[in-house]
Ligand binder design. Structure first.
Ligand code: PAF
Length: 280
C-alpha cells in the first residue's frame, strides 16, 4: 500500500497503472470504523485498484467546535487500510486541497441541498461538493463508494456526477450498525458512556416509525416521533422527516409508486447523530 500527500504524487502513481484496470475510490475523513471498511471491501470486490482518501474537510463543518473535535486516528487508519487490502491512500494537507483560501464553491444540486442536513448545516453541501469534485478530478475513479448513513450526501453526489458528466459510477453501501443498532459513525467515539448507552434509541425509534407508517400517515408518524423524543431524558430531536427517496422532498400525498425513507438528526449532548431507514 502506498501513501501520498500530494495530488501530483498520487496522480503520477495512478498514471503508471494499466489503463484497463478499474479504479475504485472511497473518500473518507478518517477515524475509520467498520462502516468505512465495508466500503473498502465493496471497492475491493468491484475494482482492481482501491484508492482511499483521508481528509477532514474544513469547509463542510458548520460548527467550529465539531471540526476542532473531529477524531483523528491516522496511524490506526493506515494499519486498517493496509489490512483491508487498499492500494493507495491519499492524505493531503488542507493547503494541498485549498490553495489560497479555505472556501467552498456554491452548488445547486437541483434543490436536494435545501432540505434536512442542508437546511440545518449551513454551507455543508457546498463544502462536500467542493471537496468531492476536487477529489474526483484528482483520482478520476471508475467507481466511488459512499455509505447510506449520509443518504442525502449520496443523492447529492449522484446529482453532481450527472451535472458534471463525470465518468464515475456512484455505489451506495448499506448502513453498518453496532450490535445494538446504533449507526456507525466516527463521532460515536466522542459520546460519553451515558449518551452512548442512550443512542440506540434513535434506530429503535426509526424501526417503530417504519412499523407505524404501515397504518398511520406521515404527519401522525412524525408527531409520534416528536412526542417520544420530548419524553427522552437525554436525546434531543433536531428533525424527523419522511421524504421521497430520490427527490428528498418531504412527503406530501403518499403514492404507492414512490419510495419513502425516514431521516432523523438527534443531539446526544454536543454530538449530532444522523440516521435513516427505508420505509418499504
Ligand atoms: O462522508 C464523508 O466522510 C465526507 O462527507 C466525504 C464524502 C469524505 C467528503 O469530505
Amino acid at each position: 500500500m502506498r501513501i501520498y500527500k500530494t495530488k501530483r504524487g498520487l496522480r503520477k502513481a495512478l498514471d503508471t497503472q494499466p489503463k484497463e484496470l478499474v479504479v475504485g475510490f472511497v473518500p473518507t475523513m478518517g477515524a475509520l470504523h467498520q462502516g468505512h471498511l465495508s466500503l473498502v471491501l465493496a471497492a475491493k470486490d468491484k475494482a482492481d485498484i482501491v484508492v482511499v482518501s483521508i481528509f477532514v474537510n474544513p469547509t463542510q463543518f458548520d460548527r467550529q467546535e465539531d471540526l476542532d473535535h473531529y477524531p483523528s486516528t491516522l496511524e490506526t487508519d493506515i494499519a486498517l487500510l493496509k489490512d483491508a487490502g487498499c492500494d493507495f491512500v491519499f492524505v493531503p494537507a488542507v493547503s494541498e486541497m485549498y490553495a489560497d483560501t479555505v472556501k467552498s464553491h456554491p452548488f445547486d444540486f437541483g434543490g436536494l441541498q435545501n432540505v434536512m442536513e442542508g437546511a440545518h448545516r449551513k454551507g455543508h453541501f457546498d463544502g462536500v461538493g467542493t471537496i468531492v469534485k476536487g477529489l474526483f478530478e484528482i483520482v478520476r475513479p471508475d467507481l466511488a463508494f459512499f455509505g447510506e448513513k449520509d443518504f442525502q450526501q449520496l443523492q447529492i453526489i449522484k446529482k453532481m456526477v450527472m451535472q458534471n458528466k463525470f465518468p464515475v459510477k456512484i455505489i451506495g453501501i448499506p448502513i453498518y450498525r453496532e450490535p445494538d443498532g446504533l449507526a456507525m459513525s466516527s463521532r460515536n467515539t466522542r459520546l460519553t458512556p451515558e449518551y452512548r448507552q442512550a443512542a440506540p434509541f434513535i434506530y429503535k425509534t426509526l424501526k417503530q416509525a417504519k412499523e407505524l407508517f404501515g397504518t398511520k400517515n406521515a404527519v401522525e408518524v412524525s408527531e409520534w416521533v416528536v412526542q417520544v423524543f420530548k419524553k427522552h431524558p437525554l436525546l434531543k430531536l433536531e428533525y424527523f422527516t419522511i421524504a421521497d427517496e430520490t427527490s428528498l422532498q418531504p412527503i406530501q400525498k403518499q403514492k404507492s409508486t414512490q419510495k419513502y425513507r425516514a431521516f432523523i438528526a438527534v443531539f446526544a449532548g454536543d454530538i449530532r447523530l444522523i440516521d435513516n431507514i427505508a420505509l418499504y
